[in-house]
Design a protein around this ligand. Structure first.
Ligand SMILES: Nc1nc2c(c(=O)[nH]1)N[C@H]1C(S)=C(S)[C@@H](COP(=O)(O)O)O[C@H]1N2
Ligand SMILES: [Mo]
Length: 223
């Protein structure tokens, strides 16, 4: 099947899911389980824990060689930056364990990640005082936007390692973003460019009826 047909089917399936979800009574906030580090119940409302790790994307998984991989940080910044793979790996690296919540109702708990805080690369580019949002662009053509205050949270990472192994291509390797406090679509797989904005601009799913704020603890899935 041609990539565009595949993508069209994925979009249609996910729009159907949206209609179905919207027709249901809202899940009861706040969710279940002992509090996570943000003081929220570990499992958000309407979510079910999965042991596996489903793959969700637009049906194409770019093969980005490390020698060609590049991370760009530009837009409303004082100092636009580009990082090669070696430069990226030379930035301060952190390990963190966090949960991963997909809008299609599965959650993968306690993933061990390794990577660089998004705040670290943003700080190097120095967002201008009027900067309010970022939109992240991926090698498969995907994009998703974040308010700067969400992008700067300390567990929002550019990850290259999951569970001690290089991030598999189907999960966004060599590098993806993770946003544990928001639904997982806010974290772009195969990240290529972080564009800093002075006003909000909607990304791929946000333009197609997904919530802009995407807060799992408010069952905030669709707009
Ligand atoms: N580049 C890119 N990133 C993406 C997507 C995508 O289609 N392309 N899908 C998003 C969605 S909807 C989810 S749930 C997660 C899925 O990540 P996974 O395939 O590793 O589970 O990636 C997000 N990031
Ligand atoms: Mo998703």
């Amino acid at each position: 099947m041609a990539d565009n047909d595949k993508e069209q089917r994925i979009v249609e399936a996910r729009m159907k899911l949206r209609e179905r979800y919207k027709a249901r009574p809202a899940a009861q906030p706040m969710g279940a389980g002992s509090p996570n580090r943000h003081g929220m119940p570990k499992l958000p409302p309407g979510q079910t824990v999965t042991q596996g790790w489903p793959v969700l994307d637009l049906g194409r998984q770019p093969n980005v060689e490390l020698s060609k991989w590049e991370l760009i940080v530009d837009g409303a910044v004082e100092e636009p930056r580009r990082f090669t793979w070696q430069e990226f790996r030379a930035l301060p690296q952190i390990k963190d364990t966090s949960d991963f919540h997909c809008v299609t109702t599965w959650s993968k708990m306690d993933v061990e990640w390794e990577g660089v805080q998004l705040a670290t690369v943003l700080a190097l580019a120095r967002p201008k005082p009027e900067a309010t949002h970022v939109i992240t662009h991926a090698y498969d053509g995907y994009s998703t936007n974040l308010a700067l205050e969400e992008a700067l949270k300390d567990d929002v990472l550019l990850v290259h390692t999951a569970e001690g192994k290089p991030l598999p291509r189907e999960h966004g390797g060599p590098v993806r973003i993770i946003t544990p406090q928001l639904y997982a679509w806010k974290g772009a797989k195969w990240i290529h460019r972080i564009e800093v904005l002075t006003r909000d601009r909607l990304g791929y799913w946000e333009l197609r009826g997904y919530s802009n704020s995407a807060d799992p603890w408010r069952d905030d899935r669709y707009s």
